[in-house]
Each structure stands twice: as C-alpha cells, then as structure tokens.
Design a protein around this ligand. Structure first.
Ligand code: HEM
Ligand code: HEM
Length: 147
C-alpha cells in the first residue's frame, strides 16, 4: 500500500493496479467505518452479555475494555488514513503506519483469547460469536447484568 501510494503520488498517470489498490484500500476503510458506526448503534440498542455469560465479572470487564480498544483503534486507523490520503498530513501518515502495529496486536490478542476460550476453557465465548450465545433478554432472567 505504501509503495503503491508513493507511485500514485509521483506519477501523473498511475498504473491501473496502483489506482485499484489505493482506491480499494481507502474505500474499504471508509466502509469499515460505516459498518462500525452501524454496529455501535445496534450494540447500544440491543446490549449483549460479554462472553455469553460464561466468564467471571473481572474477565468480562477486561474483554469489554479490550473490545473498546479495538473499536477505537479501527476508527483511529480510518481517521489517520483519511487525513493522510485526502489532506496529505505527514503526521497522519506516520500515525497510520504505527497504528497498524497497535491494531494488529489488539486483533491477535483478541483472536488468541477467543481460541483459548473455545478450545481450552471450552466455555460459551466462541459460540457467542457465531450467534449461539444467550442474548441479554435471556440472561436478564437469570440475574446476569447486560453490557
Ligand atoms: C478469527 C477471528 C476472530 C474470532 C474467532 C473472534 C471472536 C470473537 C468473539 C467470540 C467475540 C464475542 C466476545 C463476547 O462474547 O463478548 C468477539 C467480539 C468482538 N470482536 Fe472478534 N473475533 C475475531 C476477529 C476479530 C477482528 C479481526 C476484529 C477487529 C478488527 C474483531 C473485533 C471484535 C469486537 C470489536 C468485538 C466486540 C463486539 C461487541 O460486543 O461490541 N474480531 N470476537
Ligand atoms: C481499518 C482501516 C484501515 C487499516 C487497517 C489500514 C491499514 C493500512 C496499512 C497496514 C498500511 C501500510 C502502512 C505501512 O506500510 O507502514 C496503510 C497505508 C495507507 N493507508 Fe490505510 N488502513 C485503513 C484505512 C485507511 C483509509 C480509510 C484511508 C484513506 C481514506 C487509508 C489511507 C492509507 C494511505 C494513504 C496509506 C499510505 C501511507 C504511506 O504513504 O505510508 N487507510 N493502511
């Protein structure tokens, strides 16, 4: 992406491949932002139980914070990417480049945690991802608090 972007900047007639890569990257990022805003709206309207109710309050709190960091990191990537692409802010280019490590670390930690839940703890966290967990209305009846 970085090299494609440099070539697009340096030439008045970029190749079709570079044009496609840079456009697809920025459009995909903006689509992710739209989906995230929509997801957060639904999330506020329909609260879910962290870990489908099968983790302790302390771990549920850590998961909640981790998920919020994921949301913030994704939004920050889109914001810095857009500032780099449309406004050509050098500072944003640097933040966008560093941000990939932050987001990557959060995503890898998140994926490892879900695998540990699914295959070592064998609880219901992973099932929650594929829609087999219990929703907030069901759990409310059993005295658990919704996120
Ligand atoms: C193999 C890939 C992945 C697996 C198996 C996975 C698994 C899960 C599971 C099980 C949950 C529900 C946790 C709960 O019960 O509260 C979850 C939530 C979440 N995942 Fe993933 N995930 C994956 C990839 C990703 C990626 C790539 C991202 C972002 C870049 C991501 C972002 C999130 C966020 C933000 C939530 C919280 C949703 C909410 O409740 O608001 N996940 N994931
Ligand atoms: C979830 C959203 C996004 C992710 C995960 C992401 C990820 C990346 C990555 C990994 C790179 C390569 C950085 C490097 O090699 O150091 C990159 C470069 C770049 N991205 Fe994004 N990006 C996202 C959204 C966007 C958006 C929405 C735009 C523009 C509207 C954008 C514009 C750029 C630009 C201009 C570069 C080249 C920066 C440079 O010259 O070093 N990105 N992005």
């Amino acid at each position: 992406m970085r090299r494609a972007m440099q070539r697009v900047d340096e030439t008045s007639a970029p190749s079709l491949g570079d044009f496609f890569i840079t456009t697809a990257h920025s459009m995909a990022g903006l689509t992710v932002l739209a989906l995230i805003v929509w997801r957060l709206k639904l999330r506020c309207e329909h609260p879910v139980i962290i870990g489908a109710g099968s983790v302790s309050p302390r771990w549920a709190q850590l998961a909640r914070v981790w998920h919020w960091f994921l949301y913030v990191a994704i939004i920050a990537m889109v914001a810095t990417g857009a500032a780099a692409y449309y406004l050509e802010w050098e500072f944003a280019v640097s933040l966008h480049g560093q941000g990939k490590w932050v987001l990557g670390t959060l995503v890898i930690g998140h994926m490892l945690a879900s695998l540990v839940h699914g295959f070592i703890f064998k609880d219901r966290v992973l099932q929650g991802m594929v829609g087999k967990g219990e929703d907030a209305d069901t759990m409310r009846g059993s005295g658990q608090s919704a996120d």
